[in-house]
Design a protein around this ligand. Sequence first.
Ligand SMILES: [Zn+2]
Length: 99
Amino acid sequence: MVRVKHTPLRSCAACSRKLPKAQLTRVVRNADGRVEPDPTGRKPGRGTYLCYDERCRDTGIRRGRIERALKSSFTEEDRTALVEYLSQERQPARTGDKR
Ligand SMILES: [Zn+2]
């Protein structure tokens, strides 16, 4: 029996578009209340997602969308690290992503 591969969809915290997890970056609030990027998508804690749109990465952090989604505030250190991470991260090859 052939099973159709299920692709879980997640919403971007900034634009609310629903995308496959592979096209989003997970950001997680860990047990210590620190907010950090989670490229593996496996860290424990409350997570939210951002798509690879530059505007989302900007508004997601600057307009507090991530903080709201995680019900948490960035420390200055976390914010700096996250901005740095997101600006350097490369988007994986898109497959079948229609806009
Ligand atoms: Zn987005």
